[in-house]
Design a protein around this ligand. Structure first.
Ligand code: SAM
Length: 266
């Protein structure tokens, strides 16, 4: 097997298969949240750190069948954005993604709703960049619109789930993924994970190894951050990665993952 150390985000086709094969629960959850929490209609949606656009293209497509949802997104990785926009174009979906930093950006016209579900927010390494993101998002979502933000918290009691492995297959391409912790530094609020894609094609097999550095948040630290942008965003509801819009949660010291629904104040 050929081996390489590289960013998994530089391989959009593989990323999209690994993270995009099971999106039904996330999609349904977000659509229910739009209906439940947004004042007025949702016609335009935005995803910061959209990557390959695995969610926005589905929303553009699903909505197109029922009548025209426009999508937008941004990501730091140019390869992911090229991949994302090619698919949006191919499917004649209205809206495009652009290369940008989610801690400091503007959009031409605010969207009705936004979402960022799988820990991308934790790529921001400092309190300033995290706050910058929530401020930039307040410019990207109209008053009465929502931002669904999902991330893993660090429980201060109980066990954590650290090792993960899963497989995905599309046609003759199959990928086994494994993720494991390398370092956890609560003082520096840094969590470093190793991640490996083992890629199998009929003519080639390839191992891609990467390390992801994520900022850690206890429930209290995350709440403090939200409080610091309180005039901009109001907390509507808390959920977890079970993505059941009918099952809100209460955040406690053992909570591991949350999706907070923030509403843009007028
Ligand atoms: C786990 S992926 C999630 C992609 C997409 N949201 C999804 O659900 O499939 C994290 C993404 O965050 C992007 N990213 C990391 N730091 C970023 C930043 N400062 N601004 C914008 N995007 C960033 C990476 O390039 C990557 O595409």
């Amino acid at each position: 097997m050929q081996k390489t150390k590289a960013s998994i985000y530089d391989f959009p086709t593989y990323y999209d298969l690994v993270f995009g094969s099971d999106t039904a629960a996330e999609m349904q959850f977000l659509e229910k949240c739009f209906q439940r929490f947004v004042d007025g209609k949702v016609r335009r949606v935005f995803e910061p750190a959209c990557g390959t656009g695995r969610l926005i293209y589905r929303m553009g497509r699903a909505a197109r069948e029922g009548g025209g949802l426009e999508v937008g997104g941004l990501d730091l990785n140019e390869k992911a954005i090229v991949y994302c926009n090619r698919r949006l174009e191919r499917l004649c979906i209205k809206g495009r993604a652009f290369v940008g930093d989610m801690s400091d950006f503007t959009v031409k016209r605010p969207y009705d709703a936004a979402f960022n579900t799988i820990n991308s927010f934790r790529h921001l390494q400092s309190e300033d960049s995290a706050r910058g993101h929530l401020e930039a998002m307040a410019g990207a979502v109209r008053a009465g619109g929502i931002y669904a933000l999902g991330l893993h918290l660090t429980p201060t009691r109980g066990e954590t789930t650290d090792h993960e492995s899963w497989s995905a297959r599309r046609g003759q391409l199959s990928i086994n993924t494994y993720m494991w912790p390398i370092e956890k530094n609560a003082k520096k609020r840094l969590e470093k994970f190793g991640i490996r894609f083992d890629v199998y094609k009929p003519t080639q097999s390839l191992r891609i190894e990467d390390a992801l550095e994520l900022r850690s948040y206890t429930a209290k630290q995350f709440q403090q951050l939200l409080d610091s942008v309180d005039p901009l965003w109001e907390i509507c509801q808390w959920y977890d990665f079970g993505y059941d819009a009918d099952k809100p949660i209460k955040v406690s010291s053992t909570t591991e993952d949350v999706v907070v629904i923030l509403k843009r104040r007028g």
